[in-house]
Design a protein around this ligand. Structure first.
Ligand SMILES: Cc1ncc(COP(=O)(O)O)c(C=O)c1O
Length: 376
C-alpha cells in the first residue's frame, strides 16, 4: 500500500540518534539543529529517557483514564514546580493540535461564546477549530470553514479591542513566538494590552506554547517574558522528547465537569513516564541556563556574519533571515555538511530548534559550515 503523499521528503533515513546527533542507514552522523521540528528537548536517546520508558513499558504501558494513574499526578506536580504556574490544573492529550482544540473548547464552554480571534501567520495545528484559527488557507478544508474565526495582524491592539467589544469572542489564541510562521513576535505592549482586553471582555486568553514552551525560549514558557496571565496554556512537542504527549494548563476559574473533555490515549502511563523523564532532566541538567548561554553565544556569532539580515526569536527558538529563499541552503547543509535545520512560512528564514542540551562546539560546527555554504 503506498503512503499518502503529503510530505516532501529529504533523501535521508535516520535510524539512530544520540544527544544532538542522528545517524543514517549508512552510519553518517548528522548534527540536529532542527530537533525533529522542536520536539527533541533533552536530546536523542537520553539515558534518563530510555530508562524511564523501558521500565514503564515493562511494568504497564497503557491503561485507560477510567482508573487511578499516579503518574499523571506526579507529572502535574513536577510541571507546576518547574513552570511556576501555581494555580493551574492539567488535562493531558497526545498532540499540539489536540491541546489547542481542547483549549478552544474550554474557552467556548466557559464563556458560552464561539468566535475566535487569532493572528496572521500563526499556526495552531490541523484539527477542526485549531486549523480554522491557523492562517493558511491551503490547510483549511470546507468543513473547517464553518468555525467563526477572525484573523488580525500581530500588534493590532485596536483591532482586538473592536472585535472583543462585539461580545461574541470566546478566545484570543496567540503564539508568543511564532514557530511555523517564521519567529515573529508581537510587542510586549501588545501582549499585555490583549491580556487586559481579554479579562474585561470575558474572553479567554490562550497561550499556544506547543513549540515555545518547555524552556525553549529561555524561560519555561515564552509568555513569562511578559506581564500576562493566560487562562489556558497549550503544550506538546518538547514535553515528550518524541513521545506523543500534549496538554493544557487550565486556570481554575474554568471549572471542570465530568465528560467535558476526554481522550483514550492522553495521559497514558508510557506518555507520563516520558514526560516525567523530560522534566526531571530539564531540572537536573539546568537546561534553561544552557538555553540562555548557548543562545547568547549563537547571537554573538550571528552578528559577525553580514549575510544574515536579521536574527529572530528567543532562546533556542531562533530564525536567521536572509535576503534570499533558504530552500537550497538547507539542502546544501543537509547533503554536504550533514546538518539539519528548519524552514518556515517565511521562505527567507532558516529555523534553529536544537535539543536544549546543545553545546558551543556544535554551534561552531554549524557556523563553519554556514560560512562555507554562503561563500560558494
Ligand atoms: C505553535 C504550534 N501549535 C500547534 C502545533 C500543532 O502541533 P501538532 O503537530 O503536535 O498537532 C504546532 C506544530 O508545529 C505549533 O508549532
Amino acid at each position: 500500500m503506498p503512503l499518502f503523499d503529503v510530505y516532501p521528503l529529504y533523501n535521508v533515513t535516520p535510524v539512530s540518534g544520540k544527544g544532538i546527533h542522528v545517524y543514517d542507514d549508512k552510519d553518517t552522523q548528522y548534527l540536529d539543529l532542527y530537533g525533529g521540528h522542536a520536539v527533541m528537548s533533552i536530546g536523542h536517546a537520553h539515558p534518563n529517557y530510555v530508562k524511564a520508558i523501558t521500565s514503564q513499558v515493562n511494568a504497564l504501558g497503557f491503561y485507560s483514564n477510567a482508573v487511578q494513574n499516579p503518574l499523571q499526578v506526579q507529572l502535574a506536580n513536577k510541571l507546576e514546580a518547574l513552570s511556576g504556574c501555581k494555580d493551574y490544573e492539567l488535562f493531558l492529550c497526545s498532540s499540539g493540535a489536540e491541546a489547542n482544540e481542547n483549549a478552544l473548547k474550554l474557552a467556548s464552554f466557559k464563556t458560552n461564546k464561539k468566535r475566535v480571534v487569532a493572528f496572521s501567520n500563526g499556526f495552531h495545528g490541523r484539527t477542526s477549530a485549531a486549523v480554522a484559527a491557523t492562517d493558511n488557507k491551503n490547510i483549511i478544508a470546507p468543513i473547517n470553514a464553518q468555525q467563526a474565526v477572525t484573523i488580525l495582524p500581530l500588534n493590532d491592539v485596536q483591532g482586538v479591542k473592536t472585535e472583543l467589544e462585539k461580545g461574541d469572542v470566546c478566545a484570543v489564541i496567540v503564539e508568543f513566538i511564532q514557530g511555523v510562521g517564521g519567529l515573529d513576535q508581537a510587542t510586549a505592549s501588545f501582549f499585555e494590552q490583549v491580556n487586559v482586553l481579554c479579562k474585561v471582555n470575558n474572553t479567554m486568553f490562550i497561550a499556544d506554547e506547543v513549540q515555545s514552551g518547555y524552556g525553549r525560549s529561555g524561560k519555561f514558557f515564552a509568555f513569562q517574558h511578559y506581564n500576562v496571565t493566560p487562562d489556558v496554556i497549550s503544550i506538546a512537542k518538547g514535553m515528550g522528547n518524541g513521545f506523543p504527549i500534549g496538554g493544557v494548563l487550565i486556570h481554575p476559574s474554568i471549572e471542570s465537569k465530568y465528560g467535558m473533555l476526554g481522550t483514550t490515549f492522553g495521559g497514558n502511563h508510557l506518555a507520563c513516564a516520558a514526560g516525567l523523564a523530560v522534566l526531571n532532566t530539564i531540572e537536573e541538567e539546568d537546561l534553561m541556563t544552557n538555553v540562555n548561554n548557548i543562545s547568547n553565544y549563537f547571537i554573538s556569532v550571528v552578528k559577525t556574519l553580514p549575510q544574515i539580515k536579521q536574527i529572530k526569536g528567543r532562546g533556542l527558538m531562533l530564525g536567521l533571515e536572509f535576503d534570499f529563499e533558504v530552500g537550497d541552503l538547507r539542502k546544501d547543509l543537509i547533503y554536504n555538511h550533514h546538518i539539519f535545520t528548519g524552514g518556515a512560512m517565511n521562505k527567507k528564514v532558516l529555523r534553529i530548534l536544537p535539543p536544549l542540551n546543545i553545546e558551543k562546539q556544535h554551534i561552531d560546527q554549524f557556523f563553519e559550515a554556514l560560512k562555507i555554504a554562503l561563500n560558494k
